[in-house]
Design a protein around this ligand. Structure first.
Ligand code: PEP
Ligand code: MN
Length: 286
């Protein structure tokens, strides 16, 4: 890690908390828990999710509107229409929005509507995209590449920071292995290492790591116990009907139960889960 200048700790206690919204930070005492579907599919879907999760409580909502799909024939995301839905849900529920940016041409429109810009695993080393995101001020959620080493991951964060944006959140989301039982292998060793060597917040995505919903709650708990600063997890009002990543989506009931069950683990490792938004509006479509 010789060449990294901006990502590494300068002293043992060096940590950076990143402001996500007026009241929400990641990397400090509070955990940052984000839930939501893999893809934005409709206004009703996103409002149903926000309505349940706001009181879980989560501190962010996710949903892809530009989706990196293995097949070009699969649903590619709602695009701009999905961004409008995300922005409305954010305004109504006070939940910061996390969504993926796949191309430089999408940055301006996404930055106008979302609070956190996600760089997906498949783009972790899209250096032109990283440089362009370095020129924005929005927090960037940088997901580890499918087969990226810890050093490559850190250097990708270094690209964003070297181009002017200090607000980088690292996300361990599982790496490829020989075993197909789980979709990927959740590398908690990387979480511990990244927390030791970098000052950046490190969160975990147990959904893409596991690929199976029944594995998600225990991996989420293990991640918090290992020192992760937060979680990003997929859920859906009707999980099996998800247009993408259906097998790993939690039901909303299971997601709420999981967030509540994290409290004891958070307390054990001297972290807290901040309270949710004070009021939850009526669903707009009923
Ligand atoms: C996602 O968050 O929906 C996603 C595509 O994740 P990853 O880039 O980690 O595969
Ligand atoms: Mn997904």
């Amino acid at each position: 890690m010789q060449k990294a200048k901006l990502t590494l700790k300068t002293e043992t206690n060096h940590t950076t908390a990143i402001q996500i919204s007026d009241f929400i930070t990641v990397g400090g005492q509070d955990l940052w828990i984000v839930g939501g579907p893999c893809a934005v599919e409709s206004r009703e879907q996103m409002e149903t999710v926000a309505n349940r999760l706001a009181i879980a409580p989560v501190q962010g909502i996710r949903g892809g509107v530009y989706k990196p799909r293995t097949s070009p024939y699969d649903f590619q995301g709602m695009g701009q229409e999905g961004l409008e839905i995300l922005a409305d849900v954010r305004d109504r529920y006070g939940l910061p929005v996390v969504t993926e940016v796949m191309a430089i041409s999408q940055i301006e429109a996404i930055a106008a509507k979302a609070d956190v810009l996600q760089v997906g695993s498949r783009n972790m080393q899209n250096f032109d995209l990283l440089k362009a995101l370095g020129e924005t001020t929005k927090p960037i959620l940088l997901k580890r590449g499918l087969a990226a080493t810890i050093e490559e991951f850190v250097m990708a964060a270094e690209y964003i920071m070297a181009h002017g944006n200090p607000n980088v959140i690292l996300c361990e989301r599982g790496i490829r292995s020989f075993d197909t039982y789980t979709r990927n292998v959740l590398d908690l060793g990387a979480v511990v290492a990244l927390k030791q060597i970098t000052h950046l917040p490190v969160i975990v995505d147990p959904s893409h790591a596991a690929g199976k919903r029944e594995l998600v709650p225990s991996l989420a708990k293990a991640a918090i116990a290992a020192g992760a600063d937060g979680l990003i997890m997929e859920c859906h009002p009707i999980p099996e009907k998800s247009v993408s990543d259906a097998r790993q989506a939690l039901s909303l009931d299971d997601m709420v139960e999981l967030v509540r069950s994290l409290k004891a683990i958070a307390t054990a490792v001297n972290r807290s889960i901040p309270a949710g938004v004070a009021t939850v509006p009526r669903l707009s479509f009923v």
